[in-house]
Design a protein. Structure first.
Length: 495
């Protein structure tokens, strides 16, 4: 088992990262990072005030309006971003441990889903940028037109606590390559890894002011979103926060991209190999960052004829999951990020019971874990799609098992959700599975697996968000387009 951090191991930052410097905060407030395993303070960083946000925006504004970064050739920006990517790869174990320390992600999941996924996001975006044309001449109706891609400007990147490095990479990699500058507001639950990224950016040779890191709570975050010096807000988080950000940004017509929640369905068809399907479903439910993942497959749709078979097998699989210290490599499910969040998850379990669903396994707090914010992997049976536990995002290791009678009903249930982020279809017939995938209103979907491919666009339908991240589509979100109508070339005459 991993030893709890001692007071001597407290990670403390006393300055914010603004305009290429470690800058003293304007106030004395601090954010304390509390381990969800030990319930002890393991880190401390300055709390950025609205005045600090103003300083950070001013620095990013100067770097964009007057600095060299947006004006460098794309090849030069690619070179710097490659150095950032390579440094992240070198420090991947440090990043994984730092994220696990803050949010309790199982360390094996942190290595792949936190550290290396961030590296991969940089790599796929760099690949997309390699083929990018920033200017092209087209023949318009009245003559030639020069179509130019211009960086959107100053970006406020607001990231969540569940996958802080990946969600930041999804914004920073395309934005930097486009020529944007950044004010990064990490979640107050997980600010420590953002300071490590600031170090990496400085060492990579980014000009002053291109990246600024200012952790803060909602009040200072709201000030950042409303700031007239911000050209785009790139946010990952809850639907409620996303709606507030969109309403605030509308006052200045600030561009937004929103990656929000999900209540994704896994459709097990009548011909599916249940054993193979359950392996993927387990990895896409409670084992996906302890269920604290927007893409988690939290509704499992099963043919009525195979319901008992799947219920028994999935119950056994959930019961075998190991819950505990996330630094123990044998552990598959770690704690909830805060005591408040654990209370929320347990409240939903109570709601599910009150609604008439049956707890097939789990349903409470592990009896042998007195310290830490743990919840048992919980499988509900006898769920109908109108129940709150089937419609609202719980964001924990809680999964609903729902019966259906035929393929059309399965598609209808999958689509009967305010969300549309992820999903999966399991079948012996890949062509059939692909055909069904085309009918489901969701941004990403896997056939016979659970995969988020960072080379492909990621984002949601409906209340799961606006815009796309990763790949060429993610890069496109950090550009504005300018059309320059050119004069007709005079016709050449000959005697």
């Amino acid at each position: 088992m991993h030893a709890p951090p001692s007071p001597a191991q407290l990670i403390e930052h006393r300055a914010l990262f603004i305009d290429g410097q470690w800058a003293e905060p304007s106030g004395t407030d601090v954010i304390e990072v509390v381990s969800p395993v030990t319930e002890q303070v393991v880190g401390r960083v300055p709390h950025a005030s609205p005045a600090d946000m103003d300083r950070a925006v001013a620095a990013a504004r100067r770097a964009f309006d007057d600095g060299p970064w947006p004006r460098l050739p794309l090849a030069d920006r690619i070179e710097v971003v490659m150095r950032i990517r390579d440094a992240l790869a070198v420090r991947r174990e440090e990043i994984a441990e730092l994220v696990t320390l803050q949010n309790g992600s199982p360390i094996t999941w942190s290595r792949a889903g936190q550290a290396m996924s961030a590296v991969a996001a940089f790599s796929t975006t760099l690949a997309a940028a390699a083929d990018l044309r920033l200017e092209e001449e087209r023949q318009g109706l009245g003559g030639p037109v020069l179509v130019r891609r211009e960086p959107v400007g100053v970006v406020a990147a607001i990231t969540p606590w569940n996958v802080p490095q990946l969600t930041l990479a999804a914004k920073l990699a395309p934005g930097l390559l486009a020529g944007c500058t950044f004010v990064i507001k990490p979640s107050p639950e997980t600010p420590l890894d953002a300071f490590l990224l600031a170090e990496i950016c400085a060492e990579a040779g980014l000009p002053d002011g291109v990246v600024n890191v200012v952790p803060a709570d909602r009040e200072s975050g709201a000030h950042l979103v409303a700031h007239p010096g911000v050209d785009k807000v790139a946010f990952t988080g809850s639907v409620a926060a996303g709606k507030t950000i969109m309403a605030t940004a509308a006052q200045n017509l600030t561009r937004v991209s929103l990656e929000l929640g999900g209540k994704s369905a896994a459709l097990i068809l009548d011909d599916a190999d249940v054993t193979a399907a359950l392996r993927a479903i387990v990895s896409g439910t409670c084992a996906a960052n302890s269920g604290q993942a927007c893409v988690a497959l939290t509704r499992v749709l099963v043919p009525a004829s195979r319901y008992d078979e799947v219920a028994a097998a999935l119950s056994d699989a959930f019961a075998l999951m190991t819950v505990g210290d996330p630094f123990d490599e044998r552990i598959t499910v770690g704690p909830m990020v805060t005591w408040r969040h654990r209370r929320r998850v347990l409240d939903y379990i109570r709601i599910g019971r009150d609604e008439g669903a049956t707890v097939l396994t789990g349903g409470g707090v592990p009896a042998d874990l007195d310290t830490g914010w743990f919840v048992q992997p919980t499988l509900f049976g006898d769920v109908t799609n109108d129940m709150r536990i089937a419609r609202e995002e719980i964001y924990g290791p809680v999964v609903c098992l729902i019966r259906y009678d035929d393929e059309d009903e399965a598609v209808r249930i999958a689509n009967d959700s305010p969300f549309g982020l992820s999903g999966a279809v399991f079948t012996a017939d890949v062509e059939r599975g692909t055909r069904i995938a085309r009918r489901i209103r969701t941004g990403t979907l896997s056939v016979n697996g659970f995969r988020l491919d960072l080379a492909a666009p990621f984002g949601g339908f409906k209340q799961s968000g606006i815009g796309r991240e990763f790949g060429a589509e993610g890069l496109a979100g950090y550009f504005e387009y300018q059309s320059v109508a050119l004069p007709r070339t005079p016709a050449t005459t000959t005697d």
